[in-house]
Design a binder for this molecule. Sequence first.
Ligand SMILES: Nc1ncnc2c1ncn2[C@@H]1O[C@H](COP(=O)(O)OP(=O)(O)OP(=O)(O)O)[C@@H](O)[C@H]1O
Length: 365
Amino acid sequence: MSYSENLALRALATISDPVKSGDIIAAGRLASLEMIEGVLQAVLQVPPADAEAFFPIREAAQNVLETVDGVTKARVVLSAHKPGPQIGGRKKGNPHQPRRPEGVQGDAEVKRIIAISSAKGGVGKSTMSANIAVAMARSGLKIGLLDADIHGPSLPMLFGTRGQQARAISVGSRKIIVPIEAHGVKTMSVAYLTPDDSPIVWRGPLVQGAISRMLWDVDWGELDFLLIDMPPGTGDAQLGLAQDIKPGGAVIVSTPQDLALLDARKGVAMFRKVDIPVLGLIENMAVFTCPDCGGQHHIFGTGGAMRDAEELDIAYLGAAPLHMSIRESGDAGTPVTASQTEMSGFFDDLAKAVIDKANETAQRE
Ligand SMILES: Nc1ncnc2c1ncn2[C@@H]1O[C@H](COP(=O)(O)OP(=O)(O)OP(=O)(O)O)[C@@H](O)[C@H]1O
């Protein structure tokens, strides 16, 4: 018997939402519902901060779906994604912005550039970038971090530099921007160049031009690594940006569920298309340890990232747990790595894995 989507939706609507009033359908949690090879697959979109509350909801949803006529097996996954903003596509055939404007000193003192990317928004790419940057700086390296997410710059919040404006200094006939140093990292964000928190409405070429300027017209000085927190997505705009920046390697951040990993594959394909080596995959929100019972919960699924990294022939760089302190410290402007708590150890390991892989790749190239 074929199944009816209406009946499945009605079944899901019998489950109350643990955060908003009403049921999970009314609360807009259902991101997709699809019958794939005889298994009814549903994706529920949940806020990362409340993910734990949805753990029993996943099970309940799976159970009610399996009572629907025509459904023999159901699979429900939780997703922490939010739709990623598009930074405006380039029209086919448009020339790229020049990689480095004439006369600009460029990256002579920047040893390696690493792009940190994710196919979807909200998977924790900026949180990972900030913590890895601080962990690298703590290990004695000279580190810069450029927030290339022009429509949703989160770096100032993560580093506690909100409201600060970058100074421009004159060098000969041109002006260069002085990055803002925080937690041992030289940081640069478009938010430092715009007064107040006004929304940024630049599109396409303007966006790319602004990012190029932030990259080349900033007085980075001597850096061992410059990390670029890329805008989420794998569209033309991100591809163009990757070509512009031409990093020495790219790191893909993903959450464990299959949906995110499917997208992570698109990220790997994008970088490969423009010959940028993929250094590896970081799995964020991999496991949640219940503070009350100590039990470990794989809220967003388990095992997929490592398997996918293997299949894609890229390194599995490591995992960061889903932990309240990671979000709290990000909101407070002190990356958890800077606070030297038990959590900082995860980022020290991740940073080391990224450094080793980047050095190894650079030697091979
Ligand atoms: N491991 C984690 N544990 C707890 N909270 C996390 C973790 N990683 C990220 N978060 C939280 O998830 C939210 C999204 O993270 P973040 O802004 O880093 O994602 P993003 O992928 O950069 O998003 P976007 O680029 O779409 O803005 C933030 O509130 C952040 O504090």
